[in-house]
Design a protein around this ligand. Structure first.
Ligand code: HEC
Length: 112
C-alpha cells in the first residue's frame, strides 16, 4: 500500500512529461526512451552477474560495461576495477573484485 501510494506522484509526473513532449515539443521525445533504457540495462547471464550488477551500478549506469567491452581484456578490466576502488572509493572486497573480474573478463572482453 505504501509503495503504491509513493509511486503515484512519479507516474503522474511521467504522464505529464510524456504528454507535454508529444503535444508540442517533438524534439524532447527521444530523451524519455533513452532514460528508460539506461535503467533496464541487464548484463549477460553468467556466474558473477548479480554481484557485478549490484556493485558496478552504485555510481553510474551498467551501460559503461558493454560500451567499453570492445577495448577491454583481463588486464585492462583489472586496472579498471582497481581504479573504481582506489580512486573512486568503490566498496569492494578483494574476493568480490576477483569474482567481478572473472565475470567481466569472461563476458565483456572484446580485445585479444
Ligand atoms: C564509487 C563509485 C563507483 C563505483 C562503485 C564504480 N564506478 Fe565505475 N566509474 C566511477 C566514476 C566516477 C567514473 C568516471 C566518471 C564517469 O564517467 O562517470 C567511472 C567510470 C567507469 C568506466 C568508464 C571508463 C573510465 O575509466 O572512465 C567503466 C568501464 C567503469 N566505471 C566500470 C565500473 C565497474 C566494472 C564497476 C564495478 C566493479 C564500477 N565501475 C564501479 C565510479 C564508480
Amino acid at each position: 500500500m505504501k509503495v503504491a501510494l509513493a509511486r503515484l506522484p512519479a507516474l503522474a509526473t511521467a504522464a505529464l512529461v510524456l504528454g507535454g513532449a508529444g503535444g508540442w515539443l517533438g524534439a524532447a521525445e527521444p530523451l524519455v526512451p533513452a532514460q528508460l533504457k539506461e535503467e533496464t540495462v541487464r548484463l549477460k547471464d553468467a556466474p558473477g552477474r548479480e554481484l557485478t550488477e549490484g556493485r558496478c551500478n552504485i555510481c553510474h549506469s551498467l551501460d559503461y560495461i558493454p560500451s567499453n567491452a570492445p577495448a577491454m581484456n583481463r588486464a585492462v578490466w583489472q586496472k579498471e576495477v582497481q581504479k573504481m576502488r582506489d580512486r573512486f572509493g568503490g566498496p569492494l572486497t578483494d574476493e568480490e573484485a576477483r569474482q567481478i573480474l572473472d565475470y567481466l573478463d569472461g563476458n565483456y572482453s572484446g580485445k585479444p
